[in-house]
Design a protein around this ligand. Structure first.
Ligand code: CO8
Length: 373
């Protein structure tokens, strides 16, 4: 079996930032408008007034302080509450491919590769811009890659699940160099009018290059020691948007056509699941959780990450063991653990072991154990 390495990563970060203060001001303006519009029904007891959101709650409950988005104006407009994107003609690069190509080119440059060296492209994200052709085929053409491309979606675990597919393709010899790219335009599938979740997500795109160890030339190589994936069906994170909607004659703007979750249940159920998954994976590879130099975890909630690592290593740890990026980026679905890996791996020494781990809707958990070469 061929050895496999991650030889480079790239990050596209949208230029626009929404702070919690801006977000809460716009949500509260939206709530006031709705409550004024529905004043008679609220007074008659037919409707409940929408309560205000608060910066203090958001920071305490989630650890999120701001998020990057592709369009801030539409999101913050209390009469709109969603980003505004201009439709593009079919002969122009699509928005999702545009941010994917940016991150992909940075990852290729970091790995010392060009598009023509790539013979597999996996576009792995929580949402795809269209049904077909696959986003991966458009990205493949735009970066000048050969081979094949396909899309895959395992919500927040899309990136780690794709790294396993890429590593297996390289191991088996069906590809030599695979681009895994995670364009997450979460702002389009977040319900900005729902106080319980309006603060959760941000937009971003990450990319990694997965290639054969004997061919890699990058000085920053991370040997993939193992990958482990698991899914367990749950309705606690759900989005019913889909191609059957128009045939069901349902409202495309109904609440169930955007991100919905039972946040408390997710928290309670996913923490033990993710911690047990990582522990089992490490044991299977002959490591103890305390041997791990760094955990690059999915970034959904600060408390969740702290609890998972505490279960693993038996004590609270700081950013040096488990870096947090969600205060700056919020939850970026599948890209979160890869942003952490991208920004926080430079201090590790040859031989150091790290774990990239995602968890999210499905439920799904994916771990990639790597060693610095
Ligand atoms: N401001 C003020 N108060 C608020 C607000 C707000 N914005 N929101 C809720 N409250 C109030 C509630 O009304 C409640 O009041 P009361 O006690 O009087 O009933 C109180 O605050 C507590 O509310 P919660 O119980 O909901 O608060 P929590 O402490 O549980 O925190 C969280 C909510 C932050 C959502 C938390 O539960 C959490 O982070 N859970 C884990 C979430 C998670 O990990 N989700 C995974 C998502 S990742 C994924 O797979 C994504 C799928 C694909 C994404 C697609 C793109 C969109």
């Amino acid at each position: 079996m061929r050895g496999v390495v991650i030889s480079g990563s790239g990050l596209y970060q949208p230029p626009q930032v929404i702070t919690n203060a801006e977000l809460v001001a716009s949500f509260n303006a939206y709530a006031d408008l709705q409550n004024a519009k529905n004043a008679a029904r609220i007074a008659a007891g037919e409707l409940t007034a929408i309560p205000h959101s608060s910066v203090e709650f958001i920071e305490k409950a989630s650890g999120i302080r701001q998020r990057y988005v592709l369009d801030k104006t539409g999101v913050l407009d209390p009469t709109r509450m969603k980003p505004r994107f201009a439709p593009r003609p079919d002969d122009q690069l699509s928005l999702m491919a545009e941010i994917a190509v940016d991150a992909a080119k940075k990852a290729l440059a970091a790995a010392g590769r060009e598009g023509k060296d790539v013979d597999g492209v996996l576009c792995a994200a929580a949402n795809m811009q269209r049904a077909y052709p696959a986003m991966a085929c458009e990205i493949q053409a735009a970066v000048g890659a050969g081979g094949y491309g396909f899309d895959m979606n395992v919500a927040c675990s899309s990136a780690t699940f794709a790294i396993e597919q890429a590593a297996n393709a390289v191991r088996s010899g069906s590809a030599h160099c695979v681009l895994v790219v995670n364009p997450e335009i979460t702002s389009a599938h977040l319900e900005w009018r729902d106080r319980d979740c309006h603060f959760i997500f941000g937009d971003v795109c990450t990319a990694v290059i997965v290639e054969a160890e004997d061919r890699a030339t990058s000085t920053d190589r991370w040997q993939v020691l193992g990958t482990k994936l698991v899914t367990q069906y749950s309705n606690n994170i759900r989005n019913n948007a889909g191609f059957l909607n128009r045939c069901e004659d349902t409202d495309p703007d109904a609440r169930d056509k955007t991100f919905m979750q039972e946040g408390r249940k997710v928290f309670k159920e996913v923490v033990p699941m993710a911690a047990a998954h990582i522990e089992q994976h490490l044991h299977a590879l002959g490591f103890e959780p305390t041997h791990v130099r760094r955990y690059w975890l999915h970034q959904a909630n600060l408390g969740m990450n702290q609890l998972i690592v505490k279960r693993l290593v038996g004590q609270e740890v700081g950013d040096d063991i488990a870096p947090i990026i969600l205060s700056e980026y919020a939850n970026t679905a599948s890209a979160g653990s890869i942003i952490a890996f991208h920004h926080h791996r430079s201090g590790l020494q040859a031989g150091d072991v790290g774990v990239i781990c995602s968890f999210g809707a499905g439920y799904s958990v994916g771990s990639v154990v790597v060693r610095r070469l």
